[in-house]
Ligand binder design. Structure first.
Ligand code: BTN
Length: 321
């Protein structure tokens, strides 16, 4: 959206139900009334409902339920995460776009879409991404070794859980990359990286959050194990406010990890986790490990107390028993 259109929306929002004339808008923006009218028409095409009365002026009736960068950035006070936001109505996968953009993008750049046709999940799985969700990838350029990549999944999990909690919903974290409400999945995280042997060039943290998603829009095989925030609340959430909360939480965690060290993130992860202290079955590429989850290490590996002793698990799917 152009700056002028954004300025018009901002002026109309500030005026509330008081009409602003085309002449006044033109004066404030330094453009002609004809240009104001063109922008108002274009805004209408983008889904903004603006009531225009010849005698009095324009009033904003409603904004569209779209994750427009101009709406997200309005009032967003972050300085890294969300400095650049690329919006798409429909894409294959926001992670794929972010990976292409990675080399030339600023750290903190975000790719967001209303729908993903080929959303990707862990282990090559498909991630169902209908309208109403938040499908988003964030590019970070941390100066760390590739072995630290799993840390970003944990960090993003903490940020997502914190953002959800701001909306009064008790979210918890399931190792390694799920955010749950109760025992149902509400968000999955897919962290991918571009790296040399000793240095990460950039990481792409993909987050898929079922915000205002109706369970019928998810594929049958995941319906019983998934939920959405609107399903829990019994009403739709303001997705713009949710994305802003998430970007703020991400920045907060990222800055904290850099200043206080990753241990402080781990501590938060542990306190938000529903895995630690639980009896679990972890399906690893080699075998299934059953026991009690007792901890998580700074590399993001899970510690499970089994009948045979303590196991450190690098990767796997965890089932809470
Ligand atoms: C999982 O399997 O739990 C991880 C799912 C990750 C989905 C998100 S949605 C935004 C980003 N783009 C993708 O294609 N995948 C991630």
């Amino acid at each position: 959206m152009t700056d002028k259109k954004m300025d018009i929306i901002r002026a109309l929002k500030n005026a509330g139900t008081d009409p602003i004339s085309g002449e006044e808008l033109g004066q404030r923006l330094g453009i002609s009334r004809t240009m104001v009218w063109k922008y108002i028409k274009a805004l209408g095409e983008e889904g903004y409902v603006i009531k225009s009365s010849p005698g009095s002026g324009h009033v904003l009736v409603s904004a569209p339920d779209k994750l427009y960068p101009s709406e997200i950035m309005d009032g967003l006070d972050t300085s890294i995460i969300g400095v650049d936001i690329r919006y798409f109505d429909e894409v294959d996968s926001t992670n794929d776009i972010a990976k292409k953009m990675g080399p030339l993008s600023d750290e903190g750049s975000v790719v967001i879409a209303e729908i993903q046709d080929s959303g990707r999940g862990r282990k090559g799985g498909h991630w169902v991404s209908p309208r109403g969700g938040v499908w988003m990838s964030v590019i970070l350029k941390p100066n760390v070794v590739p072995a630290y990549a799993p840390r970003f999944t944990l960090m993003a999990g903490v940020a997502v859980a914190r953002a959800i909690r701001e909306f009064g919903i008790e979210a918890s974290l399931k190792w390694p990359n799920d955010v749950l409400v109760g025992d149902k999945k509400v968000c999955g995280i897919l962290t991918e990286m571009d790296a040399e042997t000793d240095q990460i060039n950039f990481v792409v943290i993909g987050m898929g959050i079922n915000v205002n998603v109706s369970i019928e829009d998810l594929s049958e095989d995941i319906r019983s194990s998934s939920t959405s925030l609107s399903e829990i609340k019994g009403e739709e959430l303001d997705r713009i406010a949710f994305v802003q909360a998430l970007l703020r939480a991400l920045e907060d965690e990222y800055v904290r990890s850099k200043t206080l060290g990753f241990d402080s993130i781990l501590e938060e992860w542990r306190s938000l986790s529903s895995t630690i202290g639980r009896d679990v079955d972890v399906v690893t590429p080699q075998r299934m490990i059953s026991g009690k989850a007792v901890g998580i290490t700074e590399n993001g590996t899970l510690l499970v107390e089994t009948a045979e002793g303590l196991e450190e698990i690098v990767a796997g799917s965890c089932i809470h028993r």
